[in-house]
Design a binder for this molecule. Structure first.
Ligand SMILES: C[S@@+](CC[C@H](N)C(=O)[O-])C[C@H]1O[C@@H](n2cnc3c(N)ncnc32)[C@H](O)[C@@H]1O
Length: 227
């Protein structure tokens, strides 16, 4: 816990070949289970037909395409990403969906949204930031959600990597972004409570190493506790 991390430890900016083949890579590293897993996650998100959904770090657009299946013409998705290859794929994958837009936007920088989204989804992105930037993202989400709106974090669950199943331990020591180790050691419910969220819901996958954590925006005064 005492280790300090810097922005240069981050591997969350997926580029080049890895970005162009990101979906295939995820299918491969999960032994072909990713498509089943992500469909289950999207079911667990309990999307309503009229939901307005913000997808932070939207990647190839695979998630947005799956989410869009649950929306009516009145629902919409706004995806945010900075990777040129990711944005190009996402726009191509979602071009048949008139209610999906993809914007080039850093998610840790101030966002132009206030009280307008029903859900904010962030999938395998938050762990890749230093805690200061994670709190900026949480603050951005707080402002973007309408009161009662839901923040949905799909990422690693909380655990001690040094005591995990050996392939997980190996991945966290040698492959995964070093910031992921810091991420899984934190108490995210406590962090989110501090930032104005509550009413938590949890779904777990992959032997409990991955979690969808849902948290509602509570009705506290803007700026009370935000960074
Ligand atoms: C590990 S991928 C996850 C993609 C997608 N959410 C998914 O679950 O398939 C991380 C994504 O975050 C994007 N990203 C990294 N840093 C970002 C930033 N500062 N602002 C917005 N997007 C960012 C990357 O370009 C990449 O698409």
């Amino acid at each position: 816990m005492n280790q300090t991390y810097s922005r240069s430890d981050s591997k969350v900016e997926v580029k080049g070949l890895e970005a162009r083949h990101y979906d295939a890579l995820m299918n491969f590293v999960t032994g072909g289970t990713y498509p089943i897993f992500i469909r289950q996650v999207v079911r667990d998100m309990a999307i309503q037909p009229k939901d307005a959904i913000l997808d932070l770090g939207s990647g190839s657009g695979r998630n947005a395409c799956l989410i869009a299946r649950y929306l009516s013409g009145e629902g919409r998705i706004v995806g945010l990403d900075i990777g040129p290859e990711m944005l190009e794929q996402a726009r191509r994958h979602c071009q048949h969906l008139s209610n999906v837009t993809m914007e080039e936007q850093r998610v840790e920088e101030p966002l132009p949204y206030r009280d307008e989204f029903d859900k904010a989804f962030i999938s395998f992105v938050l762990h890749g930031f230093v805690q200061e930037d994670r709190l900026r993202i949480v603050g951005n989400v707080y402002r973007a959600l309408r009161p009662g709106g839901q923040f949905l974090i799909l990422d690693y669950d909380e655990f001690e990597p040094d005591q995990s199943f050996w392939p997980v331990r190996f991945a966290f020591r040698h492959i995964e972004c070093p910031l992921a180790t810091d991420f899984v050691r934190r108490d995210w419910r406590a962090v989110l409570l501090q930032q104005g969220f509550g009413e938590f819901q949890v779904h777990r996958y992959y032997f409990g190493y991955v979690r969808l954590l849902g948290a509602r925006k509570l009705d506290i005064k803007e700026g009370d506790k935000l960074p």
